[in-house]
Design a protein around this ligand. Structure first.
Ligand SMILES: C[S@@+](CC[C@H](N)C(=O)[O-])C[C@H]1O[C@@H](n2cnc3c(N)ncnc32)[C@H](O)[C@@H]1O
Length: 275
C-alpha cells in the first residue's frame, strides 16, 4: 500500500470510498468544487427555516468533509452510512445548526460521530436497541438501548431540534411519533421508492418515498426478492394518507455518486412537519 494512504492499517476489504481519490490537486479540486457548489445550492433551495448563514456553513462543511472523513473512528461501516450519505448528513446538520439532536439507529456509532463533528455543542441523545456493534461512543452524548419512544426526552419546544432516523422502522410511524413529541425537522436515511425495496436488507415500510408517491394505492401489495428470499408486504393506505398530511416540506438529497463515483447513497431525506 502506498505510504500516503491515510488508512495503511485498514483491512484490505475496507470500504475505499473517500480513500481512493485524485492526488493531482487541480483534479481533486474539480470533484470538491462540484460537491461544495451542490451542497450550497441544495441548502439554499431546499433547507427551510435554517438559521442565518446556512448556505455558507453548508459550503464550508462540504469542503471540510473530504479531510474529516479520513479521521472517522469507524473505518469499516458496512451496513451503515458511507461517504455520500455521511457528507449530506454532516452538511444538513451544520446548516440547520440544532442544539438538540436525537438519533435513532446507531449501529457502530459512525453517524453519532458525524453529528457531533457537525454540531460540537449540541445535546445528543442516541437510541439503538442493539448496541452490540458499537465501535465509537460519543463521550458527551446520551446512549440508550431502547426505542426512542421508550424514554422521556428534553422538550424540543423553543429549541432548534433535529431528529435523525436511520433505524429501518416504518417511516410513517416515525413521522407520527416525532410530531407528537414536538419535533418538526426530521432526517431519514434509507428512503427508497417502492420499486427499489430489494436494494436494502430490512427496508422501512412504508418509506417516505412511498408516502409521497401519488400512485402508491395502485401497489398496495408489494413482493420482492433479495438474496434468494422472497418478501411480501401489504401497505396500510390510511396510514400513508395520514402521514402525508403531516408533511410540509419534503426533500431527498441528490445522490452524490455521479460526482464522487463512490457508492450510491440511500436517499437521505429532510422533512419539515406542519405545526
Ligand atoms: C443502518 S444501521 C444505522 C447506521 C448508522 N446510523 C450509521 O449511519 O452508521 C440501523 C440500526 O438501526 C437499529 N435499530 C433497529 N430497530 C431500532 C429501533 N427501534 N430504534 C433504534 N434503532 C433501531 C439496528 O439495531 C441498527 O443498528
Amino acid at each position: 500500500m502506498a505510504p500516503d494512504d491515510p488508512d495503511q492499517n485498514a483491512p484490505p476489504n475496507q470500504d475505499r470510498d473517500g480513500i481512493d481519490r485524485m492526488l493531482t490537486p487541480g483534479l481533486q479540486a474539480r470533484v470538491v468544487d462540484k460537491v461544495t457548489d451542490l451542497a450550497a445550492t441544495t441548502v439554499r433551495d431546499h433547507v427551510h427555516g435554517a438559521p442565518p448563514g446556512a448556505v455558507g456553513r453548508a459550503r464550508e462543511a462540504a469542503l471540510a468533509f473530504f479531510d474529516l472523513y479520513d479521521q472517522r473512528p469507524v473505518k469499516d461501516n458496512k451496513g451503515g452510512s458511507g461517504f455520500n450519505d455521511s457528507l449530506w448528513l454532516f452538511c444538513a446538520a451544520r446548516a440547520l445548526a440544532p442544539d438538540l439532536i436525537v438519533e435513532s439507529g446507531v449501529f457502530r456509532g459512525h453517524s453519532t460521530w458525524l453529528l457531533r463533528q457537525a454540531c460540537p455543542e449540541a445535546e445528543i441523545h442516541s437510541f439503538d436497541p442493539d448496541l452490540t456493534n458499537l465501535v465509537h461512543r460519543d463521550p458527551r452524548g446520551g446512549l440508550y438501548d431502547v426505542d426512542w419512544t421508550d424514554k422521556p426526552l428534553p422538550s424540543p419546544q423553543g429549541r432548534r431540534a433535529l431528529i435523525f432516523f436511520d433505524d429501518h422502522v416504518n417511516q410513517a410511524r416515525r413521522v407520527r411519533e416525532a410530531r407528537e413529541r414536538g419535533f418538526r425537522d426530521l432526517l431519514f436515511d434509507d428512503n427508497f421508492p417502492a420499486e427499489h425495496l430489494y436494494a436494502v436488507g430490512v427496508p422501512p415500510i412504508p418509506t417516505l418515498e412511498m408516502v409521497m408517491d401519488p400512485a402508491i394505492a395502485d401497489h398496495r401489495e408489494i413482493r420482492w426478492r433479495r438474496r434468494g428470499k422472497s418478501h411480501h408486504e401489504v401497505l396500510d393506505i390510511g396510514e400513508i394518507s395520514d402521514c402525508k398530511r403531516l408533511i410540509k416540506h419534503y426533500f431527498v438529497f441528490p445522490d452524490l455518486a455521479p460526482l464522487t463515483r463512490y457508492s450510491a447513497g440511500s436517499g437521505l431525506t429532510l422533512v419539515k412537519l406542519v405545526d
